[in-house]
Ligand binder design. Structure first.
Ligand code: NAD
Ligand code: MLT
Length: 525
């Protein structure tokens, strides 16, 4: 298996890949054209922020299974295209958190004490102490936008410097912010009260241009701004105007709208200090992210273990212990449903009942869709692209959790809705982690969803099941197991035969000709 690396990667990571037995090609500065040509030879691609993984590159990547980002930001990867093709995209979100936070604090202090400007001036032979009069950060308010991993570490360090910290992050609770030492507030309130502003969100369609003309107009005169997250979160034209007018006293930028900021008027301003995307550039962070991404790639390709995937839910060891056994059950329910249902699929409703409802069940729903669509669609369906494929096909999926128990401590109830009606299947995991189907429509019966299963609906009269068994015997098909159920005496009977071999279509046709047989379907799981 071959891995392509197209940005700088610490030697420790390359060594790890080789130890895992991968063939490694390390080529820096490969443009899109070249990447499109060479990518079909590789199963994995490792990048940092330099390589743009465009839709064209992904469409050419016929053998690619995984894209690994040694670092956090994934805005240089077309995730949608990768997801559509079933390619796992993973990053190493924790490896450089401390380095990026420390860089932010360095920028904050450099900005306050004019260190880069004073350094440059003195080296030019000028001894000027007045020009570089600074300001203390002690007692000042730092407004943080995005209180995630890096934002939180910045907040903690700023508190140690005696700063007040306010934060805006719609996805963080007040209690969590308090634990970190920040006061959560509204966006506009944060802007109007901060002496320093630092952004720490990802760059998305929602955060592009988050700080623009309107936002600058709300700020205190003399505010200092830091961006060690992503270029584009702060509108550079608006920032330039705010700096020129004196509204913003200074800006410290590690990242820029157009990657390298050459030619930007911002570079001409003394009040702007810059670094060339150095947030994660420490020996420790680089070694960490390189080894982490190499390990994650080996785990996914060699051992099927997925960690830090951004386009698929990864299971923590704790969650895996709690819901792992149900993954295989629900995927089989999906496949069984697809094989038994009639008509065109419209929607899926799933109820997680009992103890299972106490856990994160999203991975289970993804497994259900994978099982369902994997049978229905001809193209490759995997854990990455299953939800996208369902959405593209307008299949509505509803997920309900209830801790109220029925006969089993945990139960999964799936309802498949098609234009021809409904199919209901219930299942659970019983002793020794064995998955069981316990109900199909209104018929209660327990069977293991595995191998060749003949599912027959027949009239509930003596002799019907005997005729089916005899016919199978006549064709030399051994019955390994038989389970039967009915909703009420005299109602339709459901029998599920586990067969050692697959009957031919001729056998199925012969079964359907038995007058008591209403329906006969062969299922393979
Ligand atoms: P994270 O996912 O842990 O945190 C991001 C936070 O932003 C989350 O808490 C999220 O809720 C919040 N957020 C998202 N949209 C928001 C919005 N519209 N308004 C307010 N908050 C919003 O990410 P992280 O690891 O802390 O990384 C933060 C940023 O730093 C990313 O852009 C990443 O690419 C960048 N980064 C830069 C460097 C560097 O070298 N300069 C190094 C590492 C990471
Ligand atoms: C990141 O997102 O991890 C940083 O921008 C650092 C890097 O590009 O390596």
């Amino acid at each position: 298996m071959r891995v392509l690396i197209t940005d700088s990667l610490a030697e420790e990571g390359i060594r790890k890949l080789k130890e895992e037995g991968f063939g490694v090609t390390h080529r820096k500065d490969v443009d899109e054209e070249e990447l499109v040509k060479i990518i079909p030879d590789y199963v994995a691609l490792i990048i940092r922020s330099g390589t743009k993984v465009t839709e064209r590159v992904i469409n050419a990547a016929s053998n690619l299974k995984v894209i690994g980002r040694a670092g956090t930001g994934i805005d240089n990867i077309n995730i949608e295209a990768a997801t559509r093709r079933g390619i796992v995209v993973m990053n190493t979100p924790e490896g450089n958190t401390i380095s990026a936070a420390e860089h932010t604090i360095s920028m904050l202090l450099s900005l306050s004490r004019n260190i880069p400007q004073a350094n440059l001036s003195l080296k030019k032979g000028i001894w000027d102490r007045k020009k570089f009069m600074g300001t203390e950060v002690y007692g000042k308010t730092l407004g943080i936008i995005g209180l995630g991993r890096i934002g939180s570490e910045v907040a903690k360090r700023a508190r140690c410097l005696g700063m007040k910290v306010t934060a805006y992050d719609p996805f963080i609770t007040k209690e969590k912010a308090e634990e970190i030492g920040a006061v959560l507030c509204e966006f506009d309130d944060l802007l109007s009260s901060a002496d320093y502003l630092s952004v720490h969100t990802p760059l998305t369609d929602h955060t592009r241009g988050l700080i623009g003309e309107r936002e600058f107009s709300l700020m205190k005169r003399g505010i200092r701004i830091i961006n060690c997250a992503r270029g584009g979160i702060i509108d550079e034209d608006a920032l330039y105007e705010a700096l020129k007018s004196g509204k913003v006293k200074g800006a410290a930028l590690d990242v820029f709208e157009r990657g390298k900021p050459f030619g930007s008027p911002l570079l001409e301003l003394d009040s702007v200090i810059v670094t060339p995307h150095l947030g994660a550039s420490t020996e420790e962070a680089q070694a960490r992210v390189a080894v982490e991404i190499a390990t994650q790639i080996a785990d996914v390709l060699k051992r099927g273990i997925i960690k830090n995937a951004v386009n698929i839910l990864s299971l923590s060891p704790h969650l895996k212990k709690k819901i792992g056994g149900y993954l295989s059950l629900i995927e089989r329910i999906g496949s069984l449903s697809a094989q038994l249902m009639e008509g065109n699929l419209r929607g899926v409703e799933v109820i997680y009942r009992g103890e299972l409802a106490e856990y994160e069940v999203k991975p289970l729903t993804v497994s259900l869709i994978k099982g369902l669509l994997g049978f229905v669609l001809k193209e490759d369906v995997n854990y990455v692209n299953a939800p996208v494929l369902a959405k593209e096909r307008g299949i509505e999926i509803s997920e309900v959790k209830t801790t109220e128990k029925k006969e089993y401590s945990s139960l999964i109830e799936v309802k498949i809705v098609s234009d021809r009606g409904e199919l209901k299947i219930e299942g659970t995991v019983l002793e020794r982690k064995i998955p069981y189907i316990v109900k199909v429509n209104d018929c209660s019966l327990e069977f293991i969803p595995q191998g060749y299963l003949l599912v027959c609906n027949s009239v509930d009269k003596p002799g019907a099941v005997g005729k089916i068994s005899t016919l199978l015997g006549n064709y030399g098909i051994n019955i390994a197991g038989l389970r039967m159920g009915r909703s009420a005496p005299g109602e339709e009977n459901l029998s599920v035969y586990t067969l050692d071999t697959s009957p031919t279509s001729e056998v199925i046709e012969a079964l359907r000709r038995i007058k008591e047989v209403l329906k006969a379907k062969l299922v393979h799981l």
